[in-house]
Design a protein around this ligand. Structure first.
Ligand SMILES: Cc1cc2nc3c(=O)[nH]c(=O)nc-3n(C[C@H](O)[C@H](O)[C@H](O)COP(=O)(O)OP(=O)(O)OC[C@H]3O[C@@H](n4cnc5c(N)ncnc54)[C@H](O)[C@@H]3O)c2cc1C
Length: 461
């Protein structure tokens, strides 16, 4: 107790008292993230707000002195328990480091603090005719720091890649409080090991991102979306491949199965066709006069693959309606049972139909409802499973189904996350897809960067 009091006093001295939260209600508010865990959350010992790099360094030095973990937190929207406090610790909140420091239209780069909200950056660069594509599907809240740490993807990764593809330079505070600079403000870099890439996706376990330089691209002039329905999952997936084979490169090829369509339509009516087996949501972008060209080719492919109905966005309202329907699936699923879990598995596209059918069969076997959505252009599927944690039998079945879904994914040459990360939720399963030698090297890398194990411990492996 005395030690904790001293820790808090030192933090208050460095950061000022209003940036140090110690009340139980305040700590409770930061105990959970968007993962829907069965486990009761552990409270952080204290929540702090950093306002600049030197304050991050001070926090790290204090954490080392008291051997207490630091768990960075952006908006807390990750769905894998990546910023929960397994054994207490200091939550380091970045909401007061949310400045866009520079937008350089000549270099097409933006320099930002970690607490910048992804959507705010998108809006800011839009006025320069530029575009920051990574969108973790909740860009109005999630932060650059969090999405770098999870290597977030989202619907547009099919054409534009994930967060990692846009991180040029990082300023990282190491576990002993040093300032480490990675990468360079250049489009290419073959100079030494790629530490930028190593920190991206490391879930706050190797270092603390204090600043980032991000790559921007020219903003596409126009974007349109169409939704096509199918009577069979195999045909829908075959259609995805046919589109790609025609060298058409949509921004997005997303998927909703029948349960997802029906559940969304039940709770957030959007004129979806509820008798179809599944739907593809396909977005194209580019110059205005290329949209019609792309659309016509895609519609031809859809027709020759027996799409049973095609809806095309002719205006912004239609565009929003289709995307709102796709993005409402988790909220709609949450209305079916007291809890809802979401997952993220990805396979080579050639095995996608087997993955989708396999997940449906596994959930059926364990008597679980599942709404399947996903970014199928990438080969990625998000099974959303409504569940009542108070129902012990259902929870047991859910755990069995989850393990089987991961086994199936591994057997199809896939991995456990294409964009959500591992956190604590998937940590017990990581050896299903990463070989023991690779895991050993990962553990050694962790030891080199964080010898005292104070940076977001007990996550990933
Ligand atoms: C409804 C819903 C839909 C989603 N859909 C998608 C999707 O389609 N694609 C996708 O990719 N993701 C998706 N996500 C996941 C989520 O949005 C991302 O993981 C998000 O980018 C995390 O950002 P955040 O600011 O909330 O980070 P947090 O959740 O606060 O933190 C995430 C991780 O980052 C670490 N961290 C935060 N800041 C720093 C820092 N400065 N330095 C080092 N580490 C740091 C934390 O310790 C933690 O490990 C979805 C989430 C929800 C709730």
């Amino acid at each position: 107790m005395l030690m904790k009091n001293n820790l808090i006093k030192e933090l208050q001295k460095q950061l000022s008292p209003e940036n140090v939260l110690t009340e139980i209600e305040e700590r409770y508010a930061y105990a959970k993230d968007a993962s829907n865990s069965f486990e009761k959350p552990n409270l952080p010992d204290v929540v702090v707000f950093a306002q600049d790099i030197s304050q991050i360094q001070s926090i790290v030095k204090i954490a080392n002195k008291y051997s207490i973990p630091i768990i960075c937190r952006g908006a807390g929207t990750n769905v894998v328990g990546a910023c929960t406090c397994v054994h207490g610790g200091i939550i380091l909140n970045f909401s007061k480091m949310n400045k866009i420091l520079e937008i350089n239209s000549e270099n097409m780069t933006a320099k930002v603090q970690p607490g910048v909200v992804v959507g705010d950056l998108q809006k800011a660069v839009d006025s320069f005719g530029l575009f920051y594509p990574p969108d973790p599907s909740n860009l109005k809240v999630s932060t650059i720091g969090g999405s770098i740490a999870q290597n977030s993807g989202g619907a547009k990764s099919f054409k534009y890649g994930t967060t990692r593809d846009y991180v040029l330079e990082l300023t990282v505070i190491t576990a002993n409080g040093e300032i480490l600079k990675t990468g360079s403000n250049t489009i290419k870099n073959s100079t030494g090991y790629n530490l930028t890439s190593l920190f991206t996706g490391s879930e706050g376990t190797l270092g603390i991102v204090a600043e980032a330089t991000l790559k921007l691209i020219p903003k596409p002039e126009c974007q349109k979306v169409l939704m096509a329905y199918f009577d069979s999952i195999e045909t829908a997936i075959k259609t995805v491949n046919s589109i790609i084979e025609q060298k058409i490169y949509p921004t997005t090829i997303d998927f909703m199965d029948k349960n997802a369509i029906q559940t969304v339509e039940k709770f957030y009516p959007a004129n979806l066709l509820t008798d179809k087996e599944c739907a593809l949501i396909i977005e194209v972008d580019g110059f205005k006069n290329s949209i019609e060209y792309q659309k016509n080719i895609i519609v031809n492919i859809l027709n020759s693959n027996n799409a049973s109905e095609i809806q095309f966005s002719t205006n912004d309202e239609e565009y929003e309606r289709i995307w709102a329907a796709r993005h409402s699936s988790m909220g709609a699923c949450a209305k079916l049972k007291p809890n809802v879990t979401t997952d993220d598995v990805i396979v080579p596209r050639e095995n996608l139909a087997k993955l989708v059918k396999g997940i449906q069969d596994i959930c059926k076997k364990y008597n679980l409802t599942t709404c399947l959505v996903g970014h199928v252009g990438d080969g990625s599927i998000h099974p959303q499973i409504p569940i009542d944690y108070n129902d012990k039998e259902e929870y047991k079945n859910y755990k069995l189904a989850k393990a089987e879904i991961y086994d199936l994914t591994a057997s199809l040459g896939g991995i456990l996350s294409g964009e959500h990360g591992i956190g604590v939720e998937k940590q017990p399963y990581i050896d299903k897809v990463i070989n023991s030698t690779a895991l050993n090297y990962m553990r050694q890398i962790k030891k080199i960067f964080d010898p005292n194990n104070i940076l977001n411990p007990y996550k990933i492996f």
